[in-house]
Design a protein around this ligand. Structure first.
Ligand SMILES: CC(C)(COP(=O)(O)OP(=O)(O)OC[C@H]1O[C@@H](n2cnc3c(N)ncnc32)[C@H](O)[C@@H]1OP(=O)(O)O)[C@@H](O)C(=O)NCCC(=O)NCCS
Length: 333
């Protein structure tokens, strides 16, 4: 192959995030459900979460996160021609949250649509946007994870309501032509590899017991916590191994591991399986709880904001969600 062969890659230009105004500590939850700060911290690592108030919705959080990502990238909504929003808690059954964000940003061209893979949604959205960008059909994408899980929680059910929170995160990806050969030490940047999986046989382990076509209601989140835990620790490593292999790297090459922030124990177990040291793991579950599709872009935003993730760093994102759905991606910043 000649040294000047080029290919398009989806390169990260900026990330941003948004949280609701109200922060709810474990102590506050003790007043409304039979739980304790000690139990929640010990089982999950969660210390607080943010809960959307009146006027705060998935799309309003998504718009704020998207605007923050555009600001970091030095771009305007006019520069964007693709918006992919991962959410399981849309403002309405339709239109999509992505089109509401598009309108909220004042963006009148391009295409916007939602992706639904629950907590794995952001990884699915990154993988989807990457395929549009490397095909050459679109130039710049806003990839958003935005959720208000507080609106589908049964606040009487202590086994679920203490685990989740609301928020949004966004990433700008841009199609960039790069040399295939790493000439002059120029390593490829952007999304290097992704791997997605799903297995619908596990529906009953994590689901919402309502919907437009069944109950005609929104429903509440239901979960067999132990089963989800077992699957998350046991299965998610297959997509990580496959992603490492197709990117041609090993876990040792990683600068940062940014997994879905559901539970500290699941994160620790996944990192340990690949020998990823704790110092390389970005952990935000203690501050945000499980914000489903928003958790990874929120964590990326924190780690970019405080200077941990820098240009050139090799980052793996990874998540599992209801379905089950699960996936991983490797990106060089
Ligand atoms: C939910 C989870 C933290 C529960 O931890 P666990 O060790 O499996 O706990 P169990 O469900 O066995 O419950 C242990 C006890 O704590 C109790 N308990 C459950 N929730 C509680 C709470 N919020 N506060 C206090 N006690 C609680 C249970 O009732 C049970 O009591 P019992 O022994 O008297 O019956 C854990 O299963 C988990 O993290 N699962 C994965 C969840 C997840 O990440 N989902 C999202 C994936 S995207």
């Amino acid at each position: 192959m000649s040294g000047d062969t080029k290919r398009l890659r989806a390169v990260v230009k900026g990330v941003g995030s948004a949280l609701p105004n109200r922060c709810v500590t474990n102590k506050e939850l003790e007043e409304t459900v039979d739980t304790s700060d000690e139990w929640i911290v010990q089982r999950t690592g969660i210390r607080q979460r943010y809960i959307a108030g009146e006027g705060e919705t998935t799309s309003t959080l998504g718009i704020r996160a998207a605007q923050a990502a555009l600001d970091r990238a030095g771009l305007t909504p006019d520069d964007i021609d693709l918006i992919v929003c991962a959410t399981s808690t849309p403002d309405y059954t339709f239109p999509s949250t992505a089109t509401m964000i598009q309108a909220g940003l004042g963006c009148t061209h391009g295409v916007a649509f939602d992706v639904q893979a629950v907590c794995a949604g952001f990884v699915f959205a990154v993988s989807t946007a990457e395929k549009f960008l490397v095909s050459g059909s679109h130039k710049r994408a806003l990839v958003i994870g935005a959720e208000t899980f507080s609106r589908i929680l049964d606040w009487q059910d202590r086994t679920t309501c203490v685990l989740f929170g609301d928020g949004a995160g966004a990433m700008v990806l841009e199609a960039e032509e790069q040399s295939v050969a790493a000439a002059g030490g120029n390593l490829p940047r952007g999304v290097l590899a992704t791997c997605l999986r799903s297995d619908g046989r596990h529906r009953a382990k994590l689901y919402v017991d309502g919907g437009p076509s069944t109950t005609k209601t929104v429903g509440f989140l239901r979960m067999e916590g132990k089963e989800v835990f077992r699957f998350a620790v046991g299965q998610v490593t297959d997509v990580m191994a496959e992603t490492f292999a197709s990117a041609g790297i090993t876990a040792e090459d990683l600068d940062w591991f940014v997994p879905h922030q559901a539970n500290r124990r699941i994160i620790d177990a996944s990192a340990q399986k690949f020998g990823i040291p704790t110092e390389k793991v970005v952990l935000t579950v203690q501050d945000h709880g499980n914000t489903s599709a928003a958790s990874i872009p929120l964590a990326l935003s924190v780690a970019c904001g405080d200077g941990r993730i820098k240009p050139g760093d090799l980052v793996m994102i990874e998540a599992i969600g209801g379905g089950f759905t699960w996936g991983a991606a490797v990106l060089r910043w």
